[in-house]
Design a binder for this molecule. Structure first.
Ligand SMILES: *Cc1c(COP(=O)(O)O)cnc(C)c1O
Length: 417
């Protein structure tokens, strides 16, 4: 199971020690040990610039947005809308109107299910997802199917954790109205072939939603090139605060969708006879938004764009490659999700050891990994496992930390076997 990693730029150019200085939490001790944070798939740490952007908003600008009432409000609105344009460019959307603020990936997907879905999905229609999905990209569609009488069809996963493209093709038909798949699996790090999935879905007239929660921090996203209809992601997994997410949708599709939440900000004129709705993107943004988190997300985009993002990705793949070869030397360790294109996630099980027990022993050594089903219970069932130990790496991790991880695993094995 050799990982094919292409390195375009030499590692020396990437100064991980310098990058680590941007993340104050990395100096924390846990159980008296240096923190080794490898739970980036659950949430990423935040650079000083993001923390500062949030604090400065409260020190200097705090005010409600879009009210046009006074200078502070104008300034807050300006920062808020600048962040929208930053995100637009970050994913190469055609217009700022296509960037809707939500609370996260979960809310973005529910928004599509309950607006576009309620309008366009009917009895007898089919929605295709994959076995690799996070619960957030399963349950909203199950709810919609219950509400409409449509059928949810999961594409099979291969034994090595790969999306089964042949099975996907056989699921497609004129009944398919929506295909909703993850860009990168949070549980295994496997990258799905969305460049192939999207045109195949369009051929049968279906719309495509991509769950990009795990992709946004690791790969360059170009929604126009992908030609997906919707793209959802969360701020907190890409160095921004929790409570902010993005729904990208093609403008013509969003324009024809009914609003979801009703309230302030999403209206044009309200009367008891008839209310008319605001233009995009505000039509989908009822109520006072999470202003500080939007500004924090803008700062996170600025932070990422200071780097050559290809170089970040290459460094992460080099870490993955290093961790993979170390893992292969541990007897009884089985990597779940192998022999395919992956982001920097190492998911594995260890014969004779409960994942939770291994996680606890690692935690005692200051090493934060995640154990369990990773919000992907159907995937775990399909692979016939209860869960995995997941080390999800980021460009601020180091090879020395990976050495600590595997020393910790050997220690756990000697305790538990
Ligand atoms: C984390 C995650 C989600 C859910 O994101 P929230 O921020 O919790 O809304 C959905 N899909 C994938 C692939 C994820 O990793």
């Amino acid at each position: 199971m050799n990982m094919q990693v292409k390195i375009d730029s030499p590692l020396q150019q990437f100064d991980v020690d310098k990058v680590r200085l941007d993340f104050p939490i990395l100096n924390e001790k846990v159980h008296g040990q240096d923190l080794v944070y490898m739970d980036n798939g659950a949430t990423s740490q935040k650079p000083q610039s993001v923390i500062d952007a949030i604090a400065n908003f409260y020190y200097q600008t705090n005010s409600n947005v879009h009210r046009g009432a006074h200078a502070l409000s104008d300034h807050a609105t300006q920062l808020f809308e600048e962040a929208r344009v930053k995100v637009q460019h970050f994913i190469n959307a055609n217009s700022r109107k296509e960037i809707i603020w939500t609370r996260g990936t979960t809310e973005s997907i529910n928004l599509v299910a309950q607006t576009w879905g309620r309008q366009n999905i009917h009895q007898g229609d089919e929605i295709i997802i994959s076995t690799l999905e996070h619960h957030s990209n399963i349950v909203p569609w199950q709810m919609l199917c219950e509400q409409t009488g449509a059928t949810l069809i999961p594409v099979e996963v291969k034994a090595n954790g790969q999306f089964d493209l042949a099975n996907f093709k056989s699921c497609l038909s004129s009944k398919t109205k929506l295909v909703s798949v993850g860009h990168i699996s949070n549980a295994l790090g496997v990258i799905n072939p969305i460049e192939q999935i999207i045109p195949l879905a369009h051929e049968v007239g279906a719309k495509v939603l991509i769950d990009g929660a795990q992709a946004a921090p690791h790969v360059i996203i170009d929604v126009q090139k992908l030609n997906c209809d919707f793209y959802a992601f969360s701020g907190h997994k890409m160095f921004a605060p929790t409570g902010i997410g993005v729904l990208y949708g093609k403008e013509d599709i969003l324009s024809n969708m009914p609003p979801w939440h009703g309230g302030g900000e999403m209206i044009e004129v309200v009367s008891f006879e008839k209310t008319t709705y605001n233009q995009l993107p505000y039509k989908f943004e009822a109520g006072t938004p999470n202003i500080e988190a939007v500004i924090g997300l803008g700062a996170a985009v600025d932070y990422l764009e200071k780097f050559d993002r290809k170089q970040l990705a290459n460094y992460e793949l080099e870490l993955l490659d290093y961790a993979t070869s170390k893992a292969q030397q541990i007897s009884g360790l089985k990597i779940i999700g192998s022999d395919c294109e992956k982001a920097s996630v190492l998911s594995f099980i260890i014969e004779g050891c409960h994942s939770q027990d291994v996680g606890m022993i690692l935690d005692q050594q200051g090493i934060a990994v995640r154990t369990g089903h990773h919000c992907a219970m159907p995937l775990m069932s399909a692979l016939n496992i209860n869960g995995t130990i997941r080390a999800s790496l980021c460009f601020y991790n180091t090879k020395q930390e990976i050495d600590k991880l595997f020393a910790g695993i050997e220690k756990a094995q000697s305790f538990l076997n």
